[in-house]
Design a protein around this ligand. Structure first.
Ligand code: ZN
Length: 63
């Protein structure tokens, strides 16, 4: 399961062609930030669950 700080890949890349997003807020809505251009997108958690493809980096594995 994803959590705050994880970097995820979405089904579609951002307009800047980057497909690495950091989860910067979790609640009823989820905010993700494009690693490349810092653009932030907010969407309901249910929508995020559909659009998220996989977790690339787990924050909790960082030391
Ligand atoms: Zn971007």
């Amino acid at each position: 399961m994803y959590e705050l700080g994880d970097v995820v890949e979405m089904k579609k890349p951002h307009a800047c062609q980057t497909n690495r997003w950091e989860i910067v807020r979790m609640g009823m809505d989820i905010k993700i930030k494009c690693i490349n251009c810092q653009h932030i997108v907010m969407m309901p958690r249910r929508e995020f669950d559909k659009k998220m493809k996989k977790i690339l980096e787990k924050k909790s594995e960082e030391k």
